[in-house]
Design a protein around this ligand. Structure first.
Ligand SMILES: Nc1nc2c(ncn2[C@@H]2O[C@H](COP(=O)(O)OP(=O)(O)OP(=O)(O)O)[C@@H](O)[C@H]2O)c(=O)[nH]1
Length: 474
């Protein structure tokens, strides 16, 4: 059947659309999650890199450039250190670069700061100077271990003959880092831990971890580090998930080469989860909208096909009139609308003999032609259907029984005077009519039974007559 082919095609098409939608959506969701993941990754690294460049590399590079200046070598290499000139130079640098510079002179074992203060470099009191003086390294990053702890970049100064003249460098109070870290943490939510090659924590966004006086906190002292397996503790911490105070953090490890430090960037997963789940929710809602849209299409399609199939099921194939089931429904609808209805049963007289004389095919033609004629006789509101074999049913809404008898008489008369032609034959037909009526809701069988009684009476009285049978009130 054509309708089923169309239905199958439509369902197949819908299936293809659903599959394509789901595949597209999954692809879209995955790309969105990957993009979100990468964005979050980048967002966590960019500020950290900027922080390293601004706070650590910049002072280092400025110091590296200045340490080569002839003026510095002359100042530190003079037989008698001109302290006024040293302070003047340091103050000028401070003004120019906004950093606290210092000079530690080997000549008179004294350290000069750009804030105008000095410290005597006495062996046993000031350990860093003597430790680094003898080390092979020319550039050292260090944390001063006394009150108001400073981060120092110490660069060795040599004269043209490579004689050691002392140190030049930059010192930054750790408090200034804490302010900067706090700002980063507030903006991006990340924590920082800088550790040297011995895993001593040199700088951190957590003030409790920052070195003070002579005390360094070691990375291995931290509870989350202790929770790691031996293998994890030994290896790189990059991409490890750790739990700190009940929250998940993802570690990104960055090596800061010139200082031989490692930065552990701790990314809180909660904020990432919210961002990613937001993307997910959007995708799921889109999927639900698509599914709901498809559901609506399928629902409407099925409704359309059901209606169409019902229509074909309710039509008599031979006469193309509504069939018995359809007429019963129409009767119920009329009664439901509180219409009074007259019902006329039309039964062709001696139809059997038509079949016997002219053949069943001719009988079919007769049925079709009579159906067409009956339809022409109807008023707009009347409904004609095929009730069975050679029997038609006429429903006359809002029509009283006597008016119905008049209508039936007209039709009977018209049929009796009609000549039906099939091929070369002409056939005369009559019909008997049984009329009944109801003004209250009743089952169609009850009203049909009364019309049947009237029809029986009409047949008994010789056929080609109209008879009325009213329903007795109980
Ligand atoms: N050609 C054709 N004949 C049909 C069709 N449906 C029913 N018939 C025939 O209609 C005839 C009805 O015969 P009966 O019930 O004896 O009624 P009748 O011959 O019309 O006689 P009365 O009703 O007593 O006047 C039967 O022979 C059925 O085979 C149909 O769709 N096509």
């Amino acid at each position: 059947m054509n309708i089923f082919r169309t239905l199958h095609r439509s369902i197949l098409l819908l299936f293809v659309v659903v599959v394509i939608s789901i595949v597209t959506l999954v692809h879209f969701s995955v790309s969105k999650i990957v993009a979100e993941q990468s964005r979050a990754q980048q967002q966590s690294h960019s500020p950290a890199l900027e922080l390293i460049v601004q706070q650590l590399m910049k002072p280092l590079h400025i110091s590296e450039t200045l340490v080569k200046a002839k003026e510095l070598q002359d100042l530190m290499g003079a037989p008698d250190i001109d302290e006024a000139a040293v302070f003047a130079s340091l103050k000028r640098l401070h003004r120019e670069f906004g950093m606290n510079f210092f000079i530690a002179s080997e000549k008179n074992r004294r350290q000069y700061y750009s804030d105008g203060t000095t410290t005597e470099l006495v062996e046993g009191d000031v350990s860093w100077y003597f430790k680094y003086k003898d080390s092979a390294q020319n550039e050292i990053a260090d944390i001063g271990k006394w009150e108001d702890t400073h981060f120092y970049i110490d660069l060795k100064v040599f004269d043209e003959d490579q004689h050691f003249l002392g140190f030049f460098g930059v010192g930054k109070s750790l408090r200034s880092f804490l302010d900067i870290f706090a700002r980063y943490k507030e903006t991006y939510g990340y924590d920082f831990i800088f550790a040297d090659q011995d895993r001593n924590i040199t700088l951190s966004s957590d003030p409790k971890l920052v070195a003070a006086n002579s005390q360094f906190t070691n990375l291995t002292d931290l509870p989350w580090f202790k929770d790691l397996s031996e293998e994890e503790q030994q290896g790189s911490l990059n991409n490890l998930l750790v739990k700190i105070n009940g929250f998940d953090f993802l570690i990104a490890e960055l090596n800061i080469q010139p200082f031989d430090w490692t930065l552990y960037l701790m990314t809180p997963l909660e904020s990432r989860q919210t961002e990613i789940s937001r993307g997910f929710i959007f995708s799921v809602v889109t999927l639900l909208v698509i599914i709901f849209g498809l559901f609506l299409i399928i629902y409407n399609l099925l409704y359309y096909f059901k209606k169409d199939m019902q229509k074909t099921r309710q039509i008599d194939v031979l006469t193309e009139l509504p069939n018995r089931a359809s007429m019963s429904l129409t009767f119920d609808e009329l009664i439901y609308k509180k219409s009074s209805v007259s019902l006329v049963l039309i039964n062709l007289d001696n139809f059997k003999s038509i079949n016997e004389t002219h053949g069943r095919k001719a009988g079919d033609i007769v049925l079709r032609q009579i159906a067409s004629m009956l339809q022409l006789e109807l008023r707009d509101r009347d409904v004609l259907g095929r009730w069975g074999g050679e029997e038609f049913l006429l429903l006359l809404p809002n029509t009283g029984p006597h008016e119905a008898v008049d209508v039936a008489e007209t039709v009977r008369n018209r049929l009796a005077n009609m000549t039906i032609t099939t091929g070369s034959m002409s056939i005369q037909m009559t019909a008997s009519f049984g009329v009944s009526f109801t003004a209250i809701p009743r089952a169609i069988n009850e009203v049909i039974a009364a019309a049947d009684d009237a029809l029986f009476a009409a047949k008994r009285e010789g056929r080609n007559v109209v008879r009325l049978q009213l329903i007795e009130e109980h």
